[in-house]
Design a protein around this ligand. Structure first.
Ligand code: SPD
Length: 390
């Protein structure tokens, strides 16, 4: 056999797996193939050697057996829940209390930052809290999250695939998705000349005193970043400087920075256009049909809030039972029918009176998930303080 044919046979043998990489290298060197050529052939074979069909995987490569989930003991004492305002059906808690014979206390907050600050100092003694995606990352990094015991959560199988694995908790080890939504514009169609379609509506001096933005750093500054075509997670100094200028220009026209409580002012007609979440807007629309929701053409934030058991929680069994309870299709459907938000629970969505469709690929092009700002958080905190006091 010529040297060329021998080399080709050798390459064929290693590619097909008949010859080991080690033998290939030894014999190829013997045939006078260059080191570069040998490297290229090995790369083309990829890093994997074809597996012999009958060979069992080496013991060391077997994934470790998961440790059995421990028992959580009985439900004892009170279940303390800390959630966003207007974010649960009116009878959810009462039904849980009756079925599980467990008293529930239920407090509300208006921003992730308010909730995390309280949990961080141990305030409230909460067993369940509801951070948005980026805030889950913050809480994980602060070691504020308790690992879930999935033995008690069989209804997790009801989650829609896009919410069963989230980027902020890929294996669902500490969160159960609660509701998802979009931050856009709530407006009174009877009070504005045309439906607003841009964040620029807050720069319209003709609407001075009839406009509000959210009292929420991530949503308020994020809107001005989107307005300029930037990521709403940007920590680039020039982007933030422009966002500050846009925010201050808008502030001259704003009645207030106010979040969910603005619903009453929209209903009364004291506010014509408010930066607001879609579900809260739908709640206001139930009271006044002139209220509509729009997503600005420059894009907006999409988010998923999830339930999490904070470290130090006392009633962990009851917290799990509550999570599994709200994952029931009919309970999840009732929650989303009340809140106006999308349910991450596919089985619940199928039962909703007015289901909120999951965002399409086309819609996702202009929507962006909020993410942890990490070391950029301090710059945002300073910016928000300057905007609010400016
Ligand atoms: N009324 C409940 C509103 C919940 C909004 N949570 C998401 C905030 C994203 N910045």
């Amino acid at each position: 056999m010529s040297q060329e044919k021998a080399a080709l046979a050798l390459v064929d043998a290693v590619v097909s797996g008949r010859k080991s990489r080690r033998d290939f290298v030894r014999e190829a060197l013997g045939l006078g193939l260059s080191v570069g050529t040998i490297g290229m052939v090995l790369q083309a074979c990829s890093a994997e050697e074809p597996k012999k069909p009958d060979a069992p995987p080496p013991e060391a490569q077997k994934p470790p057996e998961p440790a059995p989930e421990p028992d959580l003991g009985p439900i004892e004492g009170t279940l303390a829940i800390y959630n966003w305002s207007d974010y649960i059906a009116e009878d959810t808690v009462a039904k849980f209390e009756e079925e599980f014979k467990c008293k529930v206390t239920y407090d509300t907050f208006e921003s992730n930052e308010e909730m995390i600050a309280k949990v961080q100092v141990g305030g409230g003694g909460y067993d369940l809290v509801c951070p948005s995606g980026y805030a889950v990352t913050v809480m994980k990094n602060l070691d504020l999250a308790t690992r879930l015991n999935k033995k008690y959560l069989p209804n997790l199988s009801n989650l829609a695939p896009m919410f069963a694995k989230t980027n902020f908790d890929p294996d669902g080890s500490v969160t159960v998705p609660w509701q998802w939504g979009i931050t856009g514009l709530a407006y009174r169609k009877d009070k504005v000349a045309a439906p607003p379609d841009s964040w620029a509506v807050f720069h319209d001096a003709a609407l001075k005193g009839k406009l509000t933005q959210m009292d929420d750093m991530r949503d308020a500054i994020g809107a001005w970043l989107k307005f300029r075509g930037k990521s709403l997670n940007s920590v680039v100094a020039e982007d933030l400087a422009q966002a500050k200028a846009d925010a201050l220009q808008a502030k001259a026209n704003l009645k207030a920075y106010i979040s969910a409580p603005v619903k009453a002012q929209l209903i009364a007609g004291d506010v014509f256009v408010a930066q607001l979440w879609n579900g809260d807007t739908m709640q206001a629309k139930v009271e006044n049909a002139e209220i509509e929701f729009a997503i600005p053409k420059e894009g907006a934030a999409i988010w998923c809030d999830s339930m999490l058991i904070p470290k130090g929680a006392k009633n962990i069994r009851a917290a799990h039972e509550f999570l599994n309870f709200v994952l029931r299709p009919e309970v999840g459907a009732a929650i989303s029918d009340f809140t106006g938000y999308g349910s991450p629970n596919a089985a619940a969505t199928a039962k909703m009176a007015n289901p909120v469709a999951y965002p399409s690929d086309e819609q996702m092009k202009s929507l962006e998930y909020q993410q942890d700002l990490a070391e950029g958080t301090a710059a945002w905190d300073t910016l928000w303080t300057e905007i609010k006091s400016g």
